[in-house]
Design a protein around this ligand. Structure first.
Ligand SMILES: [Zn+2]
Length: 428
């Protein structure tokens, strides 16, 4: 059967999940120790000060999660999530056992695949930080309950748990057991949720709560994580738009607060293009690398190459511009209507600037291909003249074979019929 590599990974993963004590043994010695209130005690002293200093600005939109991950020695997800839960006083409020919480977060971080270029624990930490920024927005801050805050942060931290680094169409066409298990519907999101529930139960984090409360938490966690399925974006966006048009959102209603948390998590998940360029560009490179890697596996096994995954016919610039135009802009336009704040203006500002930057790189790209053709004597081939003459050497990331960015856009199959985002061929 094909996909021996992939199958091996899955088998190893299964063993690891069954023998969870092995996961415990594999965790870094530092993380296995008894937790202290301030998880930063585990860090090298040189970095402790800098990491602590960064946490003081954890609510800033230009927070550099890549730097924070280096300063915490690859423990950004554990350190950040623990800090935020602690800062909100949620450990005391919910009487959470610190040791159980610590073990839970370490296991969550370890069940993200560190070899995935994009869908790894740093992405989860980034989404958790963005979620925190959104939950601090005035409308939410004054209405969210402690339960909402706890769920919002836990959902963000676990929303891509055990992501295999390939998308749902890939799992379906390779007859992966997860696709069968979840009947080809929100396969990954269901798996992220059930993985999170598994760790909650394994660590007994909520075992002191009444059983019904624990189950309710698990259900709500699922409802938040399932909302991140990008192929269902239009459904959520339509509902959001209707509420905004009718001006009938009432955040004293638990159901409405839950819906807003779903929208906030969706925004946090695809907010990369709304970050400052230097951060945004790094995410773009990582997600494109993951897409093209999937495309390479598909080519190797003579499968149809998924949309956006073929490095020959897609560029990082095109993928980004399409993703921003058809997925990110519509979502953040509505979010900005809901929460018309400085943060929303900042995010929309970066979105516009970043899109213009990709557009500029794309023009340079096209300019350089024309030059290549001219140099090889093919100038008679009709090529559009680039609007902007190329004078500067291109940045490395704009080279044709450079790795590219967009979140789970490979799974999108309900977007408008544009050339940039091809229609998915799979049923969802
Ligand atoms: Zn995600």
């Amino acid at each position: 059967p094909p996909f021996i590599d992939f199958e091996n990974i899955v088998i190893r993963k299964r063993l690891r999940r069954l023998l969870s004590f092995q996961r415990y043994l594999h965790s870094s010695r530092l993380l296995r120790g008894t937790p202290h209130l301030n998880p930063l005690h585990i860090l090298d002293e040189d970095y402790t000060g800098q990491a602590k200093c960064m946490l003081e600005k954890v609510g800033m939109w230009n927070f550099d999660i890549f730097l924070f991950d280096r300063l915490t020695n690859g423990n950004s997800l554990v350190t950040l999530t623990f800090h935020l839960l602690n800062q909100y006083g949620l450990l005391e409020l919910f009487q959470l056992d610190m040791m159980k919480l610590w073990r839970f977060l370490v296991m969550v971080q370890e069940d993200y695949h560190s070899l995935n270029p994009y869908h790894n624990a740093v992405h989860a930490a980034d989404v958790t930080q963005a979620m925190y920024c959104y939950m601090r927005e005035p409308k939410l801050a004054k209405s969210l309950t402690s339960c909402d805050l706890l769920l919002g942060l836990l959902a963000a931290a676990t929303h891509d748990l055990d992501h295999p680094g390939v998308n749902q169409p890939f799992l379906i066409k390779t007859n992966h057991y997860l696709a069968k298990l979840y009947r080809n519907s929100s396969v990954l999101e269901n798996h992220h949720w059930r993985s999170a529930v598994g760790l909650l139960r394994e660590t007994g984090l909520f075992s002191h709560l009444p059983a019904e409360d624990g189950l309710q938490m698990e259900r709500q966690l699922g409802s938040l994580i399932l909302a991140t399925d990008i192929s269902r974006q239009n459904e959520y966006l339509g509902k959001f738009r209707t509420h905004l048009d009718q001006d009938d959102l009432c955040l004293s209603s638990a159901a409405h607060r839950h819906f807003i948390l779903q929208m906030a998590l969706k925004c946090a998940d695809i907010c990369n293009p709304c970050r400052p360029w230097e951060l945004s560009k790094q995410w773009s490179e990582k997600v494109t690398e993951e897409f093209f890697h999937q495309g390479d596996i598909e080519k190797k096994h003579k499968l149809e190459v998924s949309p956006l995954c073929d490095s020959q016919s897609n560029s990082m610039e095109n993928i980004q511009i399409g993703f921003m135009t058809y997925v990110v802009e519509p979502l953040f336009a509505e979010w900005g209507r809901f929460s018309d704040t400085r943060l929303s203006q900042t995010m929309l500002g970066h979105l516009g600037l970043n899109k213009a930057s990709w557009g500029g790189l794309l023009q340079q790209e096209q300019g350089s291909s024309t030059e290549d053709l001219e140099a090889s004597g093919c100038a008679s081939v009709a090529m559009p003249t680039p609007a902007v003459a190329k004078s500067e050497p291109e940045p490395a990331s704009a080279e044709p074979d450079a790795i590219a960015t967009a979140t789970d856009i490979g799974e999108t199959n309900s977007q408008t019929d544009n050339k940039i985002i091809p229609q998915g061929s799979e049923e969802s």
